[in-house]
Design a protein around this ligand. Structure first.
Ligand code: HEM
Length: 204
């Protein structure tokens, strides 16, 4: 029962990730609706195309790396998807940092997005380092943290349409969401890891 609930949660998260990633590639193709507040970002050129390309690729791939079947089907698939995921996070993270500095939403949002970018780059590099040194439990734990941050792209897009329902002005909500889209994700990932002693023991 517990396993089927967590499989259901994973499948729902993976579906949302794929949908958000595919829709976000429109910024790379330059077609469809562009968020006006984002187009007002001071560093939109050239960073948004790089960001949407790299980060969407990480979001598209990330959830599938946790599937035992992907790992079992041969280490090369997991390895190549992992390299693509990490490259997507690093490109998305560096460009995300530039976009954070240029946001039109003010300094509190800039710090929220900026710290998310730093945490995203850090957790991904840690995961990569532990894979290279074959410390796979630690690698897995850092990948859980990294993907919890990648998933901020989904939680942000869930919270934005919910904010008018909560009676909050969209501009004020956006500032709060710059933090809310990732801090709870990371806290949930940490609690989940703590419920798995083998992964926690390998945290260092
Ligand atoms: C996890 C670290 C991330 C950081 C630090 C970050 C940062 C940012 C920032 C600062 C902006 C501009 C916001 C503004 O000007 O107010 C932005 C926009 C955007 N980001 Fe990210 N982002 C991250 C993850 C992702 C992911 C995983 C995706 C994948 C879909 C993504 C896709 C986009 C897109 C498509 C936009 C354009 C605007 C929109 O449609 O909301 N980002 N990001």
């Amino acid at each position: 029962m517990k396993a089927s609930v967590s499989k259901g949660v994973w499948a729902f998260g993976a579906l949302l990730s794929v949908l958000v990633a595919l829709v976000s590639y429109r910024y790379v193709a330059g077609v469809g609706l562009m968020a006006p507040n984002v187009m007002a970002n001071r560093f939109v050129q050239p960073w948004l195309v790089l960001h949407a390309g790299g980060a969407s690729t990480a979001l598209l791939i990330g959830a599938f790396q946790f599937m035992p079947r992907v790992r079992a089907s041969g280490p090369w698939l997991h390895r190549w998807l992992g390299r693509t995921y990490a490259a997507g996070c690093l490109i998305g993270g560096v460009s995300g940092l530039a976009l954070a500095a240029g946001t039109s939403a003010g300094p509190v949002a800039a710090w929220g997005f900026g710290l998310l970018a730093v945490a995203w780059i850090f957790t991904t590099l840690q995961a990569w380092r532990f894979a290279r040194t074959r410390r796979f439990e630690a690698h897995r734990a850092w990948m859980v943290r990294s993907f919890a941050l990648t998933f901020a792209a989904v939680t942000l897009r869930v919270y934005i349409p919910l904010s008018p329902l909560a009676g909050v002005h969209p501009e004020e909500a956006y500032v709060a969401i710059a933090w809310l889209c990732w801090v709870p994700n990371l806290a949930i990932a940490e609690l989940w890891l703590r419920s798995r002693p083998a992964l926690v023991a390998a945290r260092a």
